[in-house]
Design a protein around this ligand. Structure first.
Ligand code: CTP
Ligand SMILES: C[C@](O)(CO)[C@H](O)COP(=O)(O)O
Length: 251
């Protein structure tokens, strides 16, 4: 079925979220798996779960835990206050983000027509961004990514033949047409499942798998606070954003 002929899901279509949280966090440095590290005294994963459950449209959250950490993640979810209206499940993840997302998708029960995929490593995404993605899928898009314009100019390079040597620039893409893509990414469930069943090779996000199916992916506004905690400085920024929120909220 083409994008044009796909009927928009009913406004009542149920939405589930898969949270890949099985990464090590190598770029963040030594320590516990990244999703379990503390942000403002609470594991990053719990912030991400709360950010998804903050949307009234979300009725199920499936967390994809580090392969040997499913029991620990279950205990964490039990130990933290989470909304009653949302169901939670935990499954063990895989070697790559792609594999972890696939394992999360396989754990989804029937009855959820819209699926979001959200990095545990983006703990501070605001609920308006989550709702904006869901609304765009409800309006008929098969794949939706939140994204921001770039502040830096981007160069395409020829990787250096010898590591450490200067890399020759081969092109400067027009910045006005580039976007930095975040999560949650939102999908028509059948389309995302097909993408994970058929697309092979290295990809860094789920929407690019849908692109490879030849389907249209659309962009909605992302948010500065939906940044990914990847390197140590990102954790400093996340702590500052959280402290500002707590000050503004008066707790
Ligand atoms: N095998 C993997 C690898 C990554 N992820 C998840 O995918 C998200 C985005 O990945 P990234 O920020 O790259 O996390 P890590 O893989 O943990 O980071 P690094 O590459 O620095 O090790 C994270 O929530 C991470 O837990 C996952 O579920 N399973
Ligand atoms: C999915 C993602 O967060 C979109 O920006 C990103 O591609 C994940 O990349 P990473 O290599 O796992 O950090």
């Amino acid at each position: 079925m083409s994008d044009e002929s796909r009927p928009a899901p009913a406004a009542a279509a149920r939405t589930a979220v898969v949270i890949p949280a099985a990464g090590r966090g190598v770029r963040l440095g030594p320590g516990a798996p990244k999703a379990l590290r503390a942000l403002g005294g609470t594991p990053m994963l719990i912030h991400a779960v709360r950010a998804m459950a903050a949307s009234r449209a979300v009725s199920l959250v499936v967390v994809v835990a580090p392969p040997d950490g499913a029991a620990e993640v279950k205990s964490l979810l039990d130990a933290h206050a989470l909304p009653d209206r949302t169901d939670f499940a935990v499954v063990p993840g895989g070697e790559t983000r792609q594999e972890s997302v696939r394992l999360g998708l396989e754990a989804l029960p029937p009855g959820y027509d819209i699926v979001l995929v959200h990095d545990a490593a983006r703990p501070l995404v605001p609920v308006d961004t989550v709702d904006g993605v869901i609304e765009a899928v409800r309006d008929g898009a098969v794949a939706v990514v939140p994204a921001l314009p770039l502040a830096d100019t981007v160069k395409q390079v020829e990787p250096a033949a010898v590591p450490g040597e200067p890399e020759p620039v081969v092109a400067t893409p027009e910045r006005a047409r580039l976007r930095a893509v975040q999560t949650p990414q939102g999908f028509d469930r059948d389309t995302l499942v097909r993408a994970h069943e058929t697309v092979t090779g290295d990809v860094t996000d789920d929407a690019s798998m849908v692109e490879r199916l030849g389907r249209t992916v659309v962009v909605v506004p992302g948010h500065e606070e939906a940044f990914k905690v990847t390197r140590p400085l990102d954790l400093v920024l996340a702590e500052a954003v959280l402290a500002r929120r707590r000050l503004n909220d008066g707790f």
